[in-house]
Design a protein around this ligand. Structure first.
Ligand SMILES: [Ca+2]
Ligand SMILES: [Ca+2]
Length: 321
């Protein structure tokens, strides 16, 4: 028979109760008996000293049974839900994994596309660099060609100027000067070089030749005439000795050494037309004046030479009629 044991409510078998509590047990039995008598056979249990009573244990059992059933149903329901949830989770996981795989594949595909595009862009860049280098080389070639063209243009311009000058001279001398003479500033000039490159004479014979032609040796009386004469004797070189390439002109210092007088009795005072170091009266016998084109300074054309021993070309001058 089960009964309450103490205030903590634990239930123990009556036979296992301790010996020290025998007197209390007897009292409880008596109390139980009295309760049975008073309730007409309905059993109650007494829990501890001064405790309280519960309904019949059958009701408790029934209640507990119902409670177990409810709990069982709840457990089953929870289990089903958990299973459904687990299945849902697994399906969701599968779906997410599949989605991730798809995205990963997409990314792989995109990455390949990007690499391909990068390689194509690199190829295009290399092509552009190559094209640019070729273009640069072409520009350099064009620049060089342009320089050449500019040089040619300049040369053609110079030639044109010379031709125009010659035309002017020819037009000017036409009908005014004898054949083989050059007209300049109302005057006709004869350069012996134009008649013969090889015939050269000393100063007196040259003057005699000019007189025989109805003229005399040239008198260079102004800067314009100096320029004309200097330009006219350009490129008239016939000897490797510089002093043999000159042309006799009508100026001497044979009357007074160092005093240069033109054949028209005009004394030369201009010193800037002498070549550096001239006149030097070399051998104390250079009393006749000649002119020679000097590329480094066309103004400086004059030098003195031996009147009888030096053989040169000569220049005659006759005023235009
Ligand atoms: Ca002299
Ligand atoms: Ca000299």
């Amino acid at each position: 028979m089960l009964c309450p044991n103490s205030a903590d409510g634990s239930i123990k078998d009556e036979a296992s109760s301790s010996v020290g509590s025998n007197s209390n047990t007897a009292d409880m039995r008596n109390q139980q008996q009295r309760l049975n008598d008073n309730t007409g056979g309905i059993s109650y249990k007494v829990f501890g000293q001064g405790g309280f009573t519960f309904p019949n244990y059958r009701l408790i059992l029934l209640f507990l049974g119902l409670l177990n059933a409810v709990l069982l149903i709840a457990a089953v329901a929870i289990g089903i839900n958990c299973n459904k949830f687990r299945e849902g989770s697994v399906q969701a996981s599968h779906s997410a994994a599949a989605q991730l795989l798809t995205e990963l594949n997409d990314l792989h595909s995109n990455h390949s596309d990007v690499i391909k595009a990068e390689e194509e862009a690199k190829k295009e860049l290399d092509m552009e660099i190559k094209n640019q280098a070729q273009l640069k080389a072409k520009i350099e070639q064009l620049k060089t060609a342009n320089k050449d063209y500019q040089g040619q243009i300049q040369a053609l311009r110079t030639e044109k100027d010379n031709l125009q000058s010659n035309i002017s001279t020819m037009e000017g001398s036409c009908g005014r000067c004898l054949s083989g003479w050059i007209y300049f500033n109302s005057t006709c000039y004869f350069f012996s070089y134009s008649e013969s490159m090889t015939v050269k004479k000393n100063w007196p014979d040259s003057r005699a030749d000019c007189i025989s032609r109805g003229s005399d040796l040239v008198v260079i009386g102004n800067p314009e005439e100096q320029t004309f004469v200097s330009n006219s004797i350009q490129n008239k070189k016939t000897s490797s000795q510089w002093w043999e390439n000159g042309f006799w002109v009508g100026v001497t210092d044979k009357e007074a050494e160092g005093t240069w007088v033109w054949i028209n009795n005009v004394t030369e005072v201009e010193r800037r037309y002498w070549i550096n170091g001239e006149p030097n009266n070399h051998g104390s016998n250079e009393d006749c004046g000649a002119v020679l084109y000097t590329p480094t300074n066309p103004w400086k054309t004059r030098y003195d030479g031996h009147c009888h021993q030096h053989m040169l070309h000569w220049i005659c001058e006759i005023p235009s009629s």
